[in-house]
Design a protein around this ligand. Structure first.
Ligand SMILES: [Zn+2]
Length: 56
């Protein structure tokens, strides 16, 4: 079993490439290792997930 790898858009086959659902930048969206968010949006979302915001 290989670990799914989210490729940078320039290395991703066009058939697996799509637009990030957040910033609409091209990213590896479909298939093995695909993600609806680009690398920078994913990093942002994950950092927010780690630091829980306090209830306003
Ligand atoms: Zn994005």
């Amino acid at each position: 079993m290989t670990t799914p790898v989210n490729l940078p858009p320039e290395q991703c086959p066009s058939s697996l490439r799509g637009r990030c659902s957040r910033c609409h930048a091209p990213c590896h969206r479909y298939g093995h290792g695909g993600n609806p968010l680009c690398h920078s949006c994913r990093a942002e979302v994950e950092s927010k997930r780690q630091t829980k915001p306090k209830a306003a």
